[in-house]
Design a protein around this ligand. Structure first.
Ligand SMILES: C[S@@+](CC[C@H](N)C(=O)[O-])C[C@H]1O[C@@H](n2cnc3c(N)ncnc32)[C@H](O)[C@@H]1O
Length: 217
C-alpha cells in the first residue's frame, strides 16, 4: 500500500466523524453521534460520500451515514463534510456485510446504493449489493417501509436488481431506465452526481435508477 494511503488510513482513526471497528452507537446513532432524533439515511458503497454530503445539504433535518471499506476515499469525504460544516454526516469504514453490528432493528429509514461494483461474473453474484443476501442484511436494520435506492451505470446490475425485486415480490417505488432522458427524473434525484457517475457520463453511459421497499407485499 502507498505511503499516502497509509497516512489517510491512520488519519481516519482520529476523525470524530468516521467510525472503524467501533459500533458504540448501535441502537442510538441519532442521539449518540448526531445529538438529535432525526431519521438515519445510509449511503452504501459511498466512496467519497458524494450522495451523503449532497443529500445532507438538501435535507438538514435528516442524518446521513456513508459506508465503504476504502479508507482513503472515506478520508476525503469526511474532510469535505467537515469543511462544509455538515454535522449531519458521518462515515463508517466496514464491509457492508457486517453492518448489522452497527445498527439495531428499525434504526435506519432509507438506503442509497450509489454506483456499486456490479460483480458481473455469475460466481460473484452474492457480492452484488442488491442480491437476496444483501436484502436480508438490510432487513436487519431498515424499517419495513424503508426504501432502497439504487443508481447504477451497469445495465446488468439494473436488470439483475429488477429480477431480485420481482422474485422477492417487493414494491417498486420508482424505476427510471435512463435518468437523463427526462429532466424531471434528474430533478427528483436532487441533481447530485457522484465521482463515478461523472466518469460514466463522460463515457456516454446510460444511468439507471430504481427504488423499492424491502417489506414483502
Ligand atoms: C465504483 S465505487 C463507487 C463509489 C461512489 N459511490 C461513487 O459513485 O463515486 C464502489 C465502491 O463500493 C465499495 N464497496 C463495494 N462492495 C463493498 C462492500 N461489500 N463493503 C464495503 N464497501 C464496498 C468499494 O470500496 C468502492 O469504493
Amino acid at each position: 500500500m502507498g505511503k499516502d494511503k497509509l497516512v489517510k488510513f491512520e488519519a481516519i482513526r482520529h476523525m470524530d466523524n468516521v467510525y472503524e471497528n467501533n459500533p458504540i452507537h448501535k441502537g442510538q446513532w441519532a442521539k449518540g453521534h448526531f445529538n438529535n432524533n432525526q431519521p438515519i439515511v445510509l449511503e452504501l458503497a459511498c466512496g467519497k460520500g458524494d450522495y451523503a454530503r449532497g443529500l445532507a445539504q438538501v435535507f438538514p433535518d435528516k442524518n446521513f451515514i456513508g459506508v465503504d471499506i476504502k479508507g482513503n476515499r472515506l478520508f476525503t469525504g469526511a474532510n469535505l463534510a467537515r469543511q462544509h460544516n455538515l454535522n449531519n454526516v458521518a462515515f463508517i469504514r466496514t464491509q457492508i456485510d457486517h453492518l448489522d453490528q452497527y445498527f439495531e432493528k428499525d434504526e435506519v429509514d432509507e438506503i442509497w446504493i450509489t454506483f456499486p461494483d456490479p460483480f458481473l461474473k455469475d460466481s460473484r453474484h452474492k457480492k452484488r449489493l442488491t442480491s437476496k443476501k444483501f436484502i436480508e442484511v438490510y432487513r436487519q436494520f431498515l424499517k419495513p417501509s424503508g426504501v432502497v435506492n439504487l443508481k447504477t451505470d451497469s445495465p446488468q446490475l439494473y436488470a439483475y436488481t429488477k429480477e431480485v425485486v420481482s422474485e422477492l415480490n417487493l414494491t417498486v417505488i420508482k424505476d427510471y431506465s435512463d435518468v437523463y432522458a427526462m429532466e424531471k427524473q434528474e430533478t427528483e434525484l436532487y441533481g447530485i452526481q457522484t465521482y463515478y457517475e461523472k466518469m460514466h457520463l463522460k463515457d456516454n453511459r446510460t444511468i439507471h435508477f430504481i427504488s423499492f421497499q424491502i417489506d414483502e407485499k
